[in-house]
Design a protein around this ligand. Structure first.
Ligand SMILES: NC(=O)c1ccc[n+]([C@@H]2O[C@H](COP(=O)([O-])OP(=O)(O)OC[C@H]3O[C@@H](n4cnc5c(N)ncnc54)[C@H](O)[C@@H]3O)[C@@H](O)[C@H]2O)c1
Length: 363
């Protein structure tokens, strides 16, 4: 079968690349969507200095895991007060980028619940209006800068929605590793593991192909080598740059395959047990590796390029890698007993992402 790869995001990578927001935002009025620490870190001043009067609106109270409870008022204010902006710059982790993706799609009524109602019913949504998005990640993890998906949480209803439209592909991504130097150790590890899980999930995936594999294998090799070093040396610019590139490559890989079983498991771990996203989607990787191995010879070949020919050694290596980073790999470590774990895996296999897993049809 011919391989097909599509990613429309103009991507700028490298130290100091944040300066490119001037050119990339053309002559547009800009709204900035960013995380609460950004002002104290001098990032808002920096964007203001670059854009001058073109920066006309700022959302700076983005919370981790954008939740409908908070998003609703932000969205409705945005469509009244920032109507005249043509471009939105998301400067932050996945939470800021996904918040911006939700903001740029305007409903006819300007009400958020019009969009939420359609997402909840799984019905198509055609935005009445939209804005261009430039995504500048400040964490090395989600890859949201090169994907069209936005994860929207509804913790009160114990649900998670995925928004995905043609216009939620960012117009441009600016991946500047200098922006990641201030990420604390815990977030550095959990976001780095999110990237690892994107890359592995792109391999044990029914949508994988040699092009997505190329990005995925390269990302995994970098992360296995680099993340433990970075955990011990957070101010190291070379390591930050390598992790930024690895997360970008992982994002490119799963932008074409979507995620699979480990992510499907993660949603309940986050909603029911409060496990942070990066840990929730990586603690089960050794388990899912075992379920993937032997299902498909082409997928085995790709996994063996990274881990060698022996499954036991591969699982042991992956488990030890996670343990060394302080991440436990059993459900029980997170307060989930064996029965609940089995039920969770079965449920995850039936979910939209679970069905992308190469072992889903046999399960
Ligand atoms: N759209 C996608 O394809 C995709 C993929 C994976 C995850 N996600 C979503 O992304 C969200 C998680 O994103 P994340 O892991 O990047 O974390 P995040 O954006 O929630 O940020 C984590 C914490 O780090 C802080 N922070 C961010 N950058 C910082 C910096 N440079 N210096 C200091 N502190 C900083 C934030 O304020 C926050 O408190 C979740 O909602 C998850 O579901 C989306």
């Amino acid at each position: 079968m011919p391989a097909f790869f599509h990613n429309p995001v103009a991507t700028c990578f490298g130290s100091g690349s944040l300066d490119q927001i001037c050119t990339l935002s053309e002559n547009h009025n800009v709204a900035l969507v960013t995380f609460p620490e950004a002002r104290g870190l001098g990032l808002i001043d920096r964007v203001q200095a670059l854009l001058g009067e073109r920066l006309v609106y700022i959302v700076e109270d983005v919370q981790p895991n954008p939740d409908v409870a908070h998003l609703r008022s932000t969205y409705e204010r945005f469509w009244v007060e920032a109507e005249h902006c043509q471009t939105v710059i998301a400067l932050g982790g996945g939470s800021a980028i996904d918040t911006a993706k939700a903001l740029i799609v305007g409903t006819e009524s300007g009400q958020f619940d019009e969009l939420l109602g359609l997402l909840a019913l799984g019905k198509p949504f055609t935005p009445a209006r939209s804005k261009a998005l430039i995504a500048a990640p400040t964490t090395a993890g989600t890859g949201s800068e090169v994907t069209p998906w936005a994860t929207i949480w509804d913790s009160a209803a114990q649900k998670k929605y995925s928004l995905h439209l043609e216009c939620t592909w960012p117009k441009a991504a600016i991946v500047d590793p200098e922006l990641m130097l201030t990420v604390p150790a815990g977030v550095t590890v959990s976001t780095g593991l999110d990237a690892l899980s994107h890359a592995l999930e792109a391999i044990w995936n029914v949508n994988a192909n040699p092009l997505s594999d190329t990005f995925a294998v390269s990302a995994i090799e970098d992360i296995l080598d680099c993340l433990p070093q970075l955990q011990r040396d957070l101010g190291n610019r070379d390591l930050r740059a390598r992790m930024a590139l690895a997360a970008l490559k992982a994002g490119m890989a799963f932008s074409n395959t979507k995620t699979a079983l480990a992510h499907s498991i993660s949603y309940e771990m986050t909603l029911r047990h409060g496990v942070p996203h990066g840990i929730a989607c990586s603690f089960s990787l050794p388990l899912v590796l075992g379920l993937a191995w032997g299902r498909d010879s082409a997928r085995d070949c790709t996994l063996q390029r990274i881990f060698g020919p022996d499954l036991d050694q591969a699982s042991t290596r992956l488990r030890a890698f996670l343990h060394n980073l302080g991440v436990m790999t059993d459900f029980a470590d997170y307060g989930v007993d064996a029965d609940e774990a089995q039920a969770m895996i079965a449920h995850a296999l039936r979910g939209a992402r679970g069905k992308n897993f190469i072992g889903a049809s046999a399960a």
